[in-house]
Design a protein around this ligand. Structure first.
Ligand SMILES: NC(=O)c1ccc[n+]([C@@H]2O[C@H](COP(=O)([O-])OP(=O)(O)OC[C@H]3O[C@@H](n4cnc5c(N)ncnc54)[C@H](OP(=O)(O)O)[C@@H]3O)[C@@H](O)[C@H]2O)c1
Length: 190
């Protein structure tokens, strides 16, 4: 692995001790501080004239309560082979097609600053296995939950943990007696 492609993909995911990320189409937990972090990291831009793209699978889109979707102040792109674009929401048939929309001569290229991959399982997998530069903002939920959807394993020799990343709050957090920590991993290239 000696080349990397732009843009850098930012995966944003919360995962519990048994690798789970979802249950029955929902998050297995409700962590207010993590939701606030998710909102901040996916929304903030350096250029006020641009927004970040949030790229998600169709089921993750459906998991967002109707009143909160599309996710505000972000360009929402759903990956799906079965639905058409609607109400200002973009649809791409693959991760590559979504990236084409936001780069080069793509329809969204002038509008998008960062690209955030927000799940679910197969969308994370496509991003992790791609040759795009990649950062993972990982909320490690320090408990076990009954889950039916899991984060694909990522190679710890390729993704290195970044300590003292200024983007994330430090130390153990707690919400409703659930401990969690924010971690950041960057994909290393030779
Ligand atoms: N903990 C977290 O951080 C987190 C984050 C996100 C989601 N979740 C949870 O995860 C669950 C939903 O995730 P999921 O893995 O079941 O489903 P998902 O990835 O959100 O959606 C799956 C669907 O997305 C489309 N899709 C996925 N990858 C694609 C690709 N590469 N190209 C084209 N289309 C693609 C397909 O739609 P078509 O069938 O229409 O082709 C597929 O059936 C929920 O429980 C949710 O709450 C958790």
């Amino acid at each position: 692995m000696s080349t990397k492609r732009s843009p850098k993909l930012n995966l944003v995911v919360a995962v519990c001790n048994n690798g789970g990320i979802g249950k029955d189409g929902q998050l297995p937990w409700r962590l207010k501080k993590d939701m606030e972090f998710f909102k901040k990291i996916t929304t903030q831009t350096k250029d006020n004239g641009k927004q970040n793209a949030v790229v998600m699978g169709r089921k993750t889109w459906l998991s967002i309560p109707e009143k909160f979707r599309p996710l505000a102040n972000r360009i929402n792109i759903i990956l799906s082979t079965t639905i058409d674009p609607f109400d200002g929401v973009y649809v791409a048939k693959s991760l590559d097609e979504a990236i084409t929309m936001v780069t080069g001569n793509g329809v969204l290229a002038d509008k998008v600053e960062g690209v955030h991959i927000i799940g679910g399982s197969s969308v994370y997998k496509a991003a992790l296995e791609s040759d795009f530069a990649c950062r993972i903002y990982l909320t490690r939920v320090l408990a076990e939950f009954d889950c039916d959807t899991f984060l694909p394993e990522f190679n710890q020799n390729v993704f290195k943990k970044i300590d003292n990343c200024e983007d994330v709050p430090k130390g153990k957090m707690n919400d409703k007696n659930i401990d969690f920590v924010f971690e950041v991993y960057d994909k290393m290239f030779l």
